[in-house]
Design a protein around this ligand. Structure first.
Ligand SMILES: [Ca+2]
Ligand SMILES: [Ca+2]
Ligand SMILES: [Ca+2]
Length: 266
């Protein structure tokens, strides 16, 4: 069920940028603490996110793309040192240092430019892409964040689903796809309280739920009795701000915030 569109509009307009950044910063700060512990408790799901960009990590560290062990340890530098070292073929010659956004696996955990915290490796209004911190457009009111090797932006523009997807595409991204519980938790933790946000799941074209990337819809986190709409009405999915950011099918024409995601280089 959808809320009406009045919630985001109160923070729209020129003040949106400031609100978005401020809210995101406060939230991200909170998440940092939670994110460390959360990351360690979500090893199996963390593997999914890294596997999506596994090519990047594999290319650097020599980990086979399908290597579950390497993927498991990759996003967990804090606790995964022992496991991570054997996974990377280059580990014996790797001198660990703090991970920074430079296209190199600085901490020798088998993943390039991975972050243990949702705040990521770059300043707030930027994301780590291809080894560089790239600034986000000011007009998008987007806060850049990161989960493992994936970069995201939480944008406070009020856009309908299709326009939000187009906006993400102009940044070289797409509406965020949630394919693991850990990714779900990371993104949910970003949301400003009470604010809805689009994710990249819809069924407008085929009546089948489809991620914008074509990733399998294998992980879902619908609350009980959801989706609650019929095809042709509630065809797009949001994280529902007033319901703890649970998945919610709603009208694609609602205008609200959204989450963009970049795929790491293969
Ligand atoms: Ca690393
Ligand atoms: Ca790095
Ligand atoms: Ca994703």
């Amino acid at each position: 069920m959808s809320q009406d569109g009045s919630t985001p509009s109160g923070e729209g307009g020129s003040s949106g940028a400031e609100i978005g950044r401020t809210g995101g910063a406060e939230t991200a700060g909170t998440i940092n603490a939670a994110g460390v512990g959360g990351g360690n408790s979500t090893t199996s799901t963390g593997a999914v996110a890294v596997a999506e960009g596994g090519g990047g990590a594999a290319g650097e560290a020599g980990v086979p793309a399908g290597g579950a062990a390497g993927d498991d340890t990759a996003p967990l530098p804090a606790g995964g040192t022992a496991g991570a070292q054997p996974a990377g073929g280059a580990s014996p010659t790797c001198a660990p240092s703090a991970e920074v956004c430079d296209g190199v696996d600085n901490d020798c955990n088998g993943a390039v430019d991975d972050s243990a915290t949702i705040a990521g490796l770059c300043a707030q209004e930027s994301v780590c892409l291809d080894g560089s911190c790239v600034s986000l457009p000011v007009d998008g009111s987007c806060v850049g964040v990161q989960y493992a090797t994936h970069a995201y932006a939480y944008c406070s523009l009020a856009l309908d689903w299709a326009t939000a997807q187009s906006y993400c595409e102009t940044l070289g991204a797409h509406l965020a796809t949630i394919t693991s519980a850990a990714e779900d938790a990371a993104l949910k933790s970003l949301l400003v309280k009470q604010e809805d946000a689009w994710i990249g799941l819809d069924r407008a074209a085929t009546c089948e739920w489809t991620w914008v990337t074509g990733e399998p819809v294998s992980y879902t986190a619908w609350p009980v009795n959801f989706p609650d709409g019929s095809c042709g009405a509630y065809d797009c999915v949001q994280l529902w701000g007033q319901r703890d950011a649970q998945w919610d099918d709603t009208y694609c024409t609602d205008e609200q915030r959204f989450l963009c995601e970049w795929e790491p280089d293969p």
